[in-house]
Design a protein around this ligand. Structure first.
Ligand SMILES: [Cu+2]
Length: 328
């Protein structure tokens, strides 16, 4: 693992907020974001230089204010030529730099991991594709990636235009109905990051986050192997009843749970729900209390969400929650 570009805004002296964090384009954790970060550094440096020069010119002009002197034609011409050359030069530099950055973002990669992310109002389906059908897996609202391996992410949507933005890994890329875009990312730092829908897509656009985890190769393989398993069979009596309730109620029409009859595709796959860290695309942290509250009244947490309130008796709610909390 090689170190990525340090955050030099504030030159490491001024503690400037916003420089690092799980969702900062200024603290890249992957090659593509690093390339964009370099372009930003250069643009910032050029703009600061221009700003300083303009202020110096202003100060110079103010000092000379009121003094009348015969204008020296030749000096004026020279200054003008220098000004035009400087402006043309900086603009050309920025154009070339942005072209080079674009080439780096679209450079071909070897042996990528294939992932498909499908956006829906207001959550993300994440599928790991493989030529071997037994190695395919589906999850939701979380993206686990191995470090140091390029990932080719196909982007699709089931409804409106969304945009996937994981600032520490890459720039934004739209998900457009009827059109398949591709985003390539190469994570370089293990860590927990955050992605967010970056194209206004309706009421709950702001609650459409993606929990991103970059793992070491072995941790990733372990996670993958675990996710390939069907859902565990319920252990407690409550969870058992919960499973039957889930299968017999509207839940199963919208949600899939691997290894059971529930095969709905309208909402997120719940096979290993309890192994996730967040609920409903980052709207809530995942724990038992919040899960029960969500099932009881999803509209309270995400008004307008496509999950309806399903009428359940308190005891039934308890059982369904027990069941889902066992889906490690
Ligand atoms: Cu969206």
């Amino acid at each position: 693992m090689r170190p990525l570009r340090p955050c030099w805004i504030g030159l490491g002296v001024l503690p400037l907020a916003g420089c690092d964090g799980a969702q900062s384009a200024l603290a890249p954790a992957g090659d593509q974001a690093e390339a964009i970060g370099r372009l930003w550094d250069l643009t910032l440096a050029v703009c600061v230089l221009v700003y300083v020069l303009v202020l110096l010119a202003l100060a110079w002009a103010l000092r000379r204010r009121g003094r009348r002197r015969a204008t020296d034609e030749r000096a004026m011409t020279k200054a003008l030529v220098a000004f035009v050359l400087f402006t043309g030069g900086t603009l050309t530099l920025l154009t070339v730099a942005s072209f080079v950055t674009d080439r780096r973002l679209h450079a071909p990669v070897r042996d990528p991991l294939h992932v498909r992310i499908t956006a829906s109002q207001w959550w993300w389906q994440v599928e790991y594709l493989s030529a071997d059908p037994s190695r395919q897996l589906t999850t939701a609202n979380e993206l686990h990636l191995p470090v140091d391996r390029p990932v080719r992410i196909e982007l699709a949507t089931t409804d409106v235009i969304h945009s996937l933005w994981i600032p520490v890994l890459a720039g934004k890329q739209d998900l457009i109905p009827g059109h398949h875009n591709v985003l390539v990312v190469t994570p370089r730092h293990v860590g927990r990051y955050r992605g967010q829908c970056a194209e206004f897509c309706g009421l709950q656009h702001a609650h459409m986050a993606l929990d991103v985890q970059v793992d070491g190769t072995e941790d990733f393989a372990a996670w993958y192997a675990h996710q390939l398993q069907p859902a565990p069979t319920p252990r407690s009596a409550g969870a058992n009843a919960g499973q039957r309730l889930f299968a017999a109620s509207a839940c199963a029409m919208c949600h899939a749970i691997g290894g059971t009859d529930a095969g709905g595709r309208v909402g997120p796959d719940l096979t290993h729900l309890a192994s996730r860290r967040t609920l409903a695309a980052g709207a809530l942290p995942l724990d038992r209390t919040r899960l029960a509250a969500w099932i009881l009244d999803p509209q309270r947490y995400k008004p307008g969400t496509n999950m309806p309130q399903v009428p359940l008796q308190p005891q039934q709610l308890d059982q369904v929650t027990d069941y889902l909390m066992e889906l490690q």
